[in-house]
Write a protein that binds this ligand. Sequence first.
Ligand code: ASP
Length: 344
Amino acid sequence: MKKRILIIDNGGTVSMKRFEGVLQPVDGKEEILSLIYRIKRPVEIHYEKINSIDSSNLHPGLMKPVFNAIASNYKDYDGFVVLTGTDTLAYLSSFLSFWLEEIHKPVVITGSQKPLNELGSDAPGNIYYSIMFSCEDIPEVTVFFGKHLFRGNRVTKADSQGFDAFDSPNFLPLGHVDALHHEIHSPLESALRPNEKERFRFAWSDKAAMIPIHPGMKPELLGYLIKSGYRAVILEAYGMGNLPFEGPYSLEQPVKLALDSGVIICVVTRCYKGGVRVEYETARRFLDLGALFLRDITREAAYSKLSWLLGLYENNSTVRELMLEVLCGEMNNRSAISTWKIDY
Ligand code: ASP
């Protein structure tokens, strides 16, 4: 039986062209279709153009048509491939993983670092292998880029120009390709919720902020955000989740005030790899105040999860509880943390 695959084109470098020396989005449909027609596999591919956009201009409202294209065509296709720009790809893949929280079919997101119409482009391989993986039994939102298939809410853009632009620093790839194969490493592990009925819930809120902590950051910054109506703030902390609590730049007081007023404070690491855990006093003080330490989540997954939950629930205490739950494989579960705890 031929697999039916829908390609949803959301723009990005794949279909960009150079005008006056800089890359700009164009329609690009013909080039993508002529690549697809060369695929000699038992697969029937349909193509839908959603956006011609540099993904730096993307926001969750503009991601909604991508979600709609999957949700409204879900019954008619065996798998979905989403083409998008790499700059915000990890945000789109994270948002989609939450919006499509219970899904039984593969959604593979990809893009390219070099336009399809330029010699040496990485687009043909990325699109081809994404289509191959979208024909497999992988019931979740994934990202294919370079040589690897990753869980969608575990990726981050790791290289601004290299062809291996994406990495999943805290979670092993789900699959890889070489000259002879495309291989899924652990299909059963990747099946997150095989017995649940599909559930798709689109929601988002722009009342979530994210601040990269840096030495000398004015504590008032947090106060400005709260006054501006933000319901939740993610602090990208040093190392294992450490934040200043001494001296003129201490964050202890503003974090306390924010929490006392019902604002959610989340802590993730600024580091590329690893996660947060309470190992130092510089973390424990903030945990004791009520900040949420989000283990090994990426900033992209933390932001999209928070935005999604704030969009779904008016009540911050529900959001707070759910932020600590593993909803779509986006972070380690609590018990996994103890596997890397050294006891003294
Ligand atoms: N600026 C581009 C975009 O995100 C970069 C890319 O696609 O690689 O749309």
